[in-house]
Design a protein around this ligand. Structure first.
Ligand code: NAD
Ligand code: TYD
Length: 339
């Protein structure tokens, strides 16, 4: 199969490419990525020379470039990870989120309609359901929970979800959607909670906790998310939404304290800062559907996954220090400037 993966130079997309090349070496992967600040070609260096892998720098909003690529590659399956993904940035500047996350998704689906595919999979998020109150631990997001978004980011993702379901109903496009909880693991950009706290702690910098740090997120190791998407591609039903999560709810402050302990850094680094505007209190996924229909269960428990993740950031300081120091553009010029 020829699988087109958008946003594959980002955190989850890159982990998905590694997962697929390892578990399905018979398939070919074409990665399309604009290489925004969040996309890093160095992440894909280990697979760049593989015969069954191709990287193309393009914007999913660029209809001509996307159609040209479909003309050349005729993908069987498209998995759309490409997105602006950071809630805080969406609060500062929503426009780009609407552009990439909604219009970019529409361009990808138009290409799928025009050239024909066996599946278009939209990688969505549990944030489309809004949040749950802290005093109702009995409540979880199911696939039929109403969409009730809080941030420009989650609103743009919910819009793309609705558009994908409309393309299924109106045009019969073979669409599936997945809504996953917060991911953590290797190659996550150090603007998100876990890698930011690890990087700051290692540099003995303050650890900025929003509000009182009582907000709850439901954390899943990235590889478990990748395996769930692979299962949906192969066995999932068209037109369906699948929630993905492993029942691992944690308060932000507890995660930050755990990182301090693991790195032997003092909790005095923790600094409480102004809360995020519209800050969602609690996310919690009910994964009964994907478990019951596809047999998916997470395999990496948090205690193990967070240790692996911290160790990865210790072993790969160069990766995130380059990003932090903004040297990444030089890397790209050096690798691709004359190609
Ligand atoms: P990321 O920000 O690390 O990566 C996004 C990638 O998309 C980058 O490589 C970037 O260069 C690329 N990109 C951005 N705009 C583009 C465009 N216009 N054209 C082509 N490429 C573009 O994000 P991530 O954390 O890997 O998230 C991937 C997807 O998973 C997103 O759709 C996100 O909404 C979803 N998701 C993320 C999480 C999470 O916890 N990180 C949880 C659930 C769902
Ligand atoms: P984040 O990783 O941005 O993911 P999301 O907002 O999509 O869930 O943030 C996770 C939680 O951590 C969220 O409640 C906001 C909080 N947070 C902080 O307290 N400090 C920080 O510096 C960051 C980046 C996040």
């Amino acid at each position: 199969m020829n699988i087109l993966v958008t946003g594959g130079a980002g955190f989850i997309g890159a982990n998905f490419i590694f997962y697929m090349l390892e578990h399905h070496p018979e398939d070919r992967i074409v990665c399309v990525d604009k290489l925004t600040y969040a996309g890093n070609l160095s992440t894909l260096a280990p697979v760049m020379e593989r015969e069954n892998f191709r990287f193309v720098r393009a914007d999913i909003c660029d209809r001509e470039a996307v159609y040209g690529l479909f003309e050349e590659e005729r993908p069987d399956i498209v998995v759309n990870f490409a997105a602006e993904s950071h809630v805080d940035r969406s609060i500062e500047d929503p426009g780009l989120f609407l552009q990439t996350n909604i219009l970019g998704t529409a361009v990808m689906m138009d290409a799928c309609r025009k050239y024909g595919v066996r599946r278009f999979h939209q990688v969505s998020t549990d944030e489309v359901y809004g949040d749950l109150p802290l005093d109702r631990p009995d409540l979880f997001f199911t696939e039929s929970t109403p969409l009730h978004t809080s941030s420009p980011y989650s609103s743009s993702k919910a819009s793309a979800d609705l558009l994908a379901l409309a393309y299924y109903r109106t045009y019969g496009l073979p669409v599936t959607l997945s809504r996953c909880s917060n991911n953590y693991g290797p190659y996550q950009f150090p603007e998100k909670l876990i890698p930011l706290m690890i990087a700051n702690a290692l540099n003995d910098k303050p650890l900025p906790v929003y509000g009182e740090g009582l907000n709850v997120r439901d954390w899943l190791y990235v590889e478990d998310h990748c395996r769930a998407i692979d299962l949906i591609l192969r066995k999932g039903r068209e037109g369906e939404v699948y929630n993905i999560g492993g029942h691992n709810e944690m308060r932000n402050i507890d995660i930050v304290k755990l990182i301090c302990k693991a790195l032997d850094k003092p909790e005095s680094l923790i600094t409480y800062v102004a809360d995020r505007k519209g800050h969602d209190m609690r996310y919690a996924i009910d994964p009964a559907k994907i478990h019951g229909e596809l047999g998916w269960l997470p395999t990496t428990m948090f205690a193990e996954g967070i240790q692996k993740t911290i160790q990865w950031y210790l072993d790969n300081r160069g990766w995130w220090e380059n990003i932090i120091s903004g040297e990444y553009q030089d890397y790209y010029e050096k690798m691709y400037g004359n190609r």
